[in-house]
Ligand binder design. Structure first.
Ligand SMILES: [Mg+2]
Length: 225
């Protein structure tokens, strides 16, 4: 049975803690703020806002509150530094076990991930995932408007592996991760981690909902059967 099942995995908060990536990026931007304008503790201020649920324009809001103005050129450089930096991140232990088991079983895996191309590639590189996956789809590389829940990435995986396979998508964000796999007849599994950024998120419609939920990737083998 396992040979006929293709596991397709999400990256952020499925294989590693996304918060660690954010923290790692803020540390890089902290150095930039100190170098360029002598501002101290910029990264800590960003982190505090992030922990309070703020998303989006954190660099602007911290600069505004600390300096009384926003230097858009500096913000652009900060965003670039954040996206290009080599992150200090590591696989969740259960993710490492899943990848190791798949390798031992010679089970080919696919990765489907959203996010800025350069950031996602830096994460893939830092986690040494390139050799672990038979197919890696960074949706930003497919063109504008192809991020999840657009089905393009999933259809591409089906083309690579052959549609006679049984596909299982394992991810964490019900707003965008499970709609396309559900519509394509895949099995969808949500990994719910208490630390996950989307751990409190709920599916906006029944079509967006995962078919199964696990709290550890160790449980996907039995769930996918
Ligand atoms: Mg995710």
């Amino acid at each position: 049975m396992l040979q006929a099942t293709c596991f397709v995995l999400d990256l952020d908060d499925t294989l590693y803690p996304e918060r660690d990536y954010v923290r790692s990026g803020f540390a890089i931007v902290d150095s930039l703020a100190a170098e360029r304008i002598g501002l101290q503790s910029f990264g800590d201020a960003c982190w505090e806002r992030f922990l309070n649920g703020e998303r989006g324009r954190i660099f602007d809001t911290v600069l505004q509150s600390r300096c009384g103005r926003v230097d858009t050129e500096l913000v652009g450089d900060m965003v670039r530094a954040y996206r290009l930096h080599r992150p200090v991140i590591d696989l969740h232990p259960d993710a490492r076990r899943l990848l190791d088991r798949a390798r031992n079983l010679k089970l080919p895996l696919a990765l489907v991930t959203d996010g800025p191309r350069e950031s996602q590639r830096a994460k893939i590189d830092a986690l040494a995932l390139e050799h672990r996956f038979a197919s890696i789809v960074v949706t930003a590389e497919l063109g504008v408007g192809k991020s999840k829940p657009h089905p393009a990435a999933f259809e591409l995986v089906q083309t690579v592996f052959g549609s006679d396979q049984r596909f299982v998508y394992i991810a964490d964000n019900p707003h965008k991760d499970f709609l396309a796999p559900n519509q394509l007849g895949w099995t969808s599994i949500s990994i719910q981690r208490t630390s996950g950024i989307y751990s409190q998120a709920t599916a906006p419609t029944p079509a967006h909902a995962p078919q199964h939920t696990v709290t550890s990737l160790d449980d996907v083998w039995a769930t996918a059967k």
